[in-house]
Design a protein around this ligand. Structure first.
Ligand code: UTP
Length: 290
């Protein structure tokens, strides 16, 4: 089915962000900055770089600052222009013009699978992409675009995989299957957070997906798992058993910005790419480790 048209990307951002409390008591985790750019903006920029123009944002209670970030900041822009800071004002407007951002509401944070299901009416009966709002793929070739190409070529769902150290497999959904060419795995089984030593694979699912529309029907039947949450992995496991899921080890560097250490590493990695920060940062890191 090479005629997959993938026009919409769903970005779930309605979680509680408990690993980042107290920072996330009033500020959405997805807006915590990587240097000076909110994580979620980097995710939307990746989608736009891959050719997406329509973003379906799944948002929840107390997180309306996310919508504001992708809207026009009229007073701020006017003040900046009055002060002659045109470039800054233009930069803010460019964020509002990045994409058409539609919001849907997840009234309770009942899990990632449930968040994706909340986007069903906005997506309709067509394949779609999913990008997690706290997962970064730093790559010249946008991560989600790499998955879109595989899905279009194979007519199957595609998920991003990352080889993780053995001791970390219990933190992820882990995929097993057969090699299907360079960087590709025909996924046969998926297990969510397996106990150490119980699976042979170390290929973890990370936050980029391209899914067929019938995943919504599958999700409706998924029973809540650990913590009462509807897991997306459980629906993906069904696609895998049916031979309809390809795993792709993406080109690029992945940062888990939803995790404290991952977030700090992401800040360092992105700061090192800024010429105005790089030397000062290196000098300070030398001082710190002396
Ligand atoms: P996470 O599990 O990383 O987010 O979900 P969380 O639940 O907010 O984090 P912790 O564990 O409490 O710190 C990955 C993405 O899915 C969204 C989150 O906002 C995050 O961007 N999500 C998660 C939802 O939209 N709804 C949910 O019910 C759960």
């Amino acid at each position: 089915m090479a005629d997959w048209k993938i026009r919409k990307v769903v970005i779930p951002a309605a979680g509680l962000g408990t690993r980042f409390l107290p920072a996330t008591k009033a500020i959405p985790k997805e807006l915590l900055p990587i240097v000076d750019v909110p994580t979620l903006q980097l995710v939307v920029e990746e989608a736009v770089a891959a050719g997406f123009t329509d973003v379906v944002l799944v948002n929840g209670r107390g997180k309306s600052a996310i919508e504001d970030h992708f809207d026009i900041a009229f007073e701020m822009e006017t003040t900046l222009r009055a002060r002659g800071k045109t470039a800054q004002a233009d930069g803010l407007r460019a964020i509002a013009n990045l994409a058409h951002v539609h919001s849907v509401r997840q009234k309770e944070p009942l899990g990632l699978g449930h968040a994706v299901l909340c986007a069903e009416a906005a997506v309709g009966d067509e394949p779609f992409a999913v990008m997690l709002g706290d997962d970064l793929i730093d790559s010249v070739d946008p991560g989600i675009g790499q998955l879109v190409r595989v899905a279009q070529e194979t007519g199957k769902g595609a998920v991003a995989l990352l080889a993780v150290p053995e001791r970390e497999t219990s933190l992820y959904g882990i995929a097993t299957g057969k090699s299907a060419g360079a960087r590709r795995t025909a996924i046969e089984h998926l297990v969510e957070k397996p106990k150490p030593g119980t699976v042979k694979s170390n290929l973890a699912i990370i936050g980029r997906y391209v899914l067929p529309p019938d995943v919504f029907a599958i999700l409706r039947k998924v029973k809540p798992g650990a913590g009462g949450e509807v897991q997306l992995t459980d629906a993906l496991a069904q696609l895998a058993v049916e031979g309809r899921l390809i795993g792709v080890e993406l080109e690029g560097t992945r940062h888990d910005a939803g995790d404290r250490l991952g977030y700090l590493k992401a800040n360092l990695a992105y700061a090192m790419k800024r010429p105005e920060l790089r030397d000062g940062l290196i000098a300070y890191m030398r001082e710190l480790v002396r």
